[in-house]
Write a protein that binds this ligand. Sequence first.
Ligand code: 5GP
Length: 209
Amino acid sequence: MKLNERGLLIVLSGPSGVGKGTVRKALFEMEGHDLVYSTSMTTRPPREGEAEGVDYYFVSKEEFEERIKNDAFLEWAQFVGHYYGTPRDKVEEQLKLGKEVVLEIEVQGALQVREKTSDAVFVFIAPPNKESLYRRLLRRGTESNEVIQKRMDKAQREFPLAHKYDYIVVNDEVTNAADRILAIIRAEHAKTERSIHKYNQLLEVIENE
Ligand code: 5GP
């Protein structure tokens, strides 16, 4: 029965610098779930310590644009001078297997997914305050002042879009934030529209006894 059930798509999103990546990693380190992370593709050069196929699939601009033409992305966006996108085939494959697939993407991309899919859960990860966002971008130490300023300006424009999401999780503390996301995923499974068919099957068995 499980094989025929489509998995749940979970979209973690929010402005750059809120700590989405850290929260996502903490979430995957937690026990008691069977989540699959969808590795994105980007034209941004790798940062120190980032590995191909783990953090991203790093490709050239030409290769990315070719994939856009072939409609190979579930969503894609340009972010501060680089392309980022979610390879469609991998996500589809996992969802068909009944897996819970997590995307960690920026706001434009999340809104594209929102328009295209009817059965996904959207979580906006918010910073506890503006200063923490700036501090996090500075601490990363990998971007120039100009890029940091661009990321900050973009974040400023993205804050008001939180209302388009199903949930808002404030990243006041990484483990707490990851905990809350796991609780959201569990609650989503129990939602009537997702669990009613299983309940109906049970009801049939009870009624036929
Ligand atoms: P970074 O360069 O800091 O790794 O990522 C920049 C932004 O792009 C972050 O907000 C990150 O979540 C987002 N991002 C990563 N992968 C994707 C993707 O596949 N699609 C979209 N739309 N955004 C992505």
